[in-house]
Design a protein around this ligand. Structure first.
Ligand SMILES: [Zn+2]
Length: 54
């Protein structure tokens, strides 16, 4: 199991398991990717609820 931790790109706070967050990401080209947290960590910009105005 890959350990992937995700941090807010604005305040650098760690997003906890089960916490709500916003992800801006590229829709994956590859079919059948399985590790969503690794994908989010590598390919997306993460914004926690404190930093997002949306
Ligand atoms: Zn934040």
């Amino acid at each position: 199991m890959i350990k992937s931790e995700i941090y807010c790109s604005k305040c650098k706070r760690k997003i906890e398991d089960g916490e709500e967050a916003y992800f801006k990401l590229r829709y994956p080209k590859k079919k059948g990717f399985t590790e969503i947290k690794a994908y989010l960590s590598n390919e997306s910009r993460t914004i926690c609820t404190n930093c997002c105005d949306c």
